[in-house]
Design a protein around this ligand. Structure first.
Ligand SMILES: [Zn+2]
Length: 241
């Protein structure tokens, strides 16, 4: 069982120490980690692990039941023994890009829900571009301009972005219809990690996000594509904060 230490509110930590609990030919499990394991449309963090006598690049990170596996490559020295202290170092630039992108996704999803009543059916974050699928909705070019403008107005107001673990009952009560697929989260998961943009959005989410909305920068919608009768895909990039 790996403690996911960036939860509830430590998305900015990129260096840490932990203890190896399981070591295989190509992965290391730690008792706790700040590395984000891929999921929920957000890619894994990259970085390095080092220990007494060795070092390795972390090429991807995946959850396996309760464990977080750090898949390693370019290993120098012997892999650590279980019980060894391991230092983790997350690629901070990539982490920051994902934090900004994932928070931008929350903003655009909220704007589309408020303005068009459409839910986020799926999303995929990358460091340099992201996409969100909405349904049921049919956008035209003017709608896209409006979504971009309203998203950037919200970002410019620069409210706090708070993350906290909240009782599931509260989350089910406060999450607006269409904002999150709560039914997809197994019943036993309680509390739930919530990302709240003060006065703007409340959404259960386990990804990494900025602490202050202005840090997102500017959203630029680069493409709109119809993905079926009532599904629209929006692609966007971010300009610097
Ligand atoms: Zn999120």
């Amino acid at each position: 069982m790996t403690e996911q230490r960036y939860l509830p509110d430590a998305d900015d930590v990129t260096e840490f120490e932990a203890t190896a609990t399981e070591v295989d030919d190509d992965y290391v499990v730690l008792d706790g980690t700040y590395f984000y394991p891929e999921g929920g449309g957000q890619p894994a963090d990259h970085g390095h692990l080092s220990w007494d006598g060795g070092r390795a690049r972390v090429r991807t990170v995946r959850k396996n039941h309760g464990d977080v596996r750090h898949y390693v490559a370019d290993v120098t020295g012997d892999l650590p023994e279980a019980g060894a202290t391991v230092a983790g170092e997350i690629d901070a630039e990539r982490r920051e890009a994902h934090r900004r992108m994932h928070t931008a996704q929350h903003v655009v999803s909220r704007v589309v829900l408020d303005e068009y009543g459409a839910a986020t059916a799926g999303n995929q974050i990358h460091a340099d571009r992201s996409r969100i699928d909405f349904e049921p909705v049919d956008f035209d070019d003017e709608d896209v301009e409006r979504i971009e403008r309203l998203s950037n107005e919200a970002i410019e107001r620069d409210p706090d972005v708070r993350k906290a673990e909240r009782p599931r009952e509260e989350v089910e009560e406060r999450t607006e219809e269409g904002r999150a697929l709560l039914d997809m989260i197994p019943d036993h998961v309680d509390p739930l990690r919530v990302v709240e943009v003060e006065g703007f959005d409340y959404c259960p989410c386990g990804g990494t996000h900025v602490d202050s909305l202005g840090d997102v920068g500017r959203v630029r919608i680069t493409n709109r594509e119809s993905k079926g009768e009532d599904t629209e895909r929006i692609e966007f990039e971010l300009a610097s904060a």
